[in-house]
Design a protein around this ligand. Structure first.
Ligand SMILES: O=C(O)c1cc(=O)[nH]c(=O)n1[C@@H]1O[C@H](COP(=O)(O)O)[C@@H](O)[C@H]1O
Length: 269
């Protein structure tokens, strides 16, 4: 999917919401456990109930890998279901990959070719030659960690290297990499006050913003400091939406939570 197509979808739906499909079998409604594939049954119900309110879905692969082969099959069924039924939706494999060049190429093939996701999250720690193999794929997006939502972000990312915070160096450096127009960046919603500085370095890039809902990030502040000319934000909520209820009405309740966020977003568009 091109960035223009993503922006057009945002304008049409008046939403820049991304729903995180982080499925935990201990948290989903008990009646689904009788299904042949409870994870897919849960995802399908959530997707059908919320697809008109959001523009992206982000399964975090950890929640599928934890269940072995069965979990990976559920991930595959979920992405196929999305691509077949809602091709306008932007899909994010949240896998936080990155390795030496030839290994990164295989990671990129796994998520862009075999599973046909539109994007994948990547860690920048190994540098240019670990990220460029992902950037080589046309109309695919590489979402690189810049300033994460967790406490540990202060361990390295905000530390000064020379006279500059490390996350700023990561952002600035990555702009010089080959095919850097295929880059997006992760910035946590819990770090809303940093968005002004980040926008000085990457004024037009899309930012994936996790951390609203369960982690306490504030949507209004993120919009205030983070919105760009072409919107430039995908705001993710996982637990805050998908576990709104663990009864038979779980999909309906998830849609209510998604609608609340969509309406807050609409006010900014
Ligand atoms: O890359 C991510 O998506 C990510 C980066 C980050 O800084 N913080 C963060 O929470 N995430 C992911 O975003 C999701 C947040 O989930 P909730 O806290 O349940 O909304 C999880 O899948 C996290 O792994």
């Amino acid at each position: 999917m091109t960035t223009q197509e993503l922006v057009a979808q945002i304008r049409k739906k008046k939403s820049f919401l991304c729903i995180g499909l982080d499925v935990d079998l201990d948290k989903i409604p008990a009646h689904l456990l009788k299904e042949e594939d409870p994870i897919f049954a849960f995802n399908k119900a959530i997707i059908d109930a919320t697809q008109h309110l959001c523009v992206a879905y982000k399964p975090n692969t950890a929640f599928y890998e934890a269940y072995g082969l069965k979990g990976w099959k559920s991930l595959e069924k979920t992405i196929y279901y999305l691509n077949e039924n809602y091709p306008e939706i932007f899909t994010i494999a949240d896998a936080k990959r990155g390795d030496i060049g030839n290994t990164s190429t295989m990671y990129a093939k796994a998520f862009f070719e075999d599973l046909a996701f539109d994007s994948v999250t990547v860690a920048p720690y190994m540098g240019k030659d670990s990220v460029e193999p992902f950037l080589a794929f046309e109309n695919k997006h590489t979402i690189m960690l810049a300033l994460t939502s967790n406490e540990g972000a202060f361990d390295f990312q905000t530390k000064k290297v020379g006279n500059r915070e490390f996350y700023k160096t990561v952002l600035e450096t990555s702009k010089n990499w080959k095919n850097s127009t295929n880059l997006m960046y992760v910035v946590g919603a819990t770090k809303a006050t940093y968005f002004t500085e980040i926008r000085k370095i990457v004024p037009n890039s899309f930012l994936l913003v996790p951390g609203v809902g369960a982690q306490g990030g504030n949507l209004k502040d993120v919009c205030k400091y983070g919105l760009s000319e072409n919107v430039g934000l995908l705001i993710n909520s996982s637990r805050g939406i998908i576990y709104a209820s663990n009864e038979v009405d779980f999909a309906e309740k998830a849609a209510e939570k998604a609608k609340e966020l969509q309406q807050e977003m609409e006010a900014f568009l």
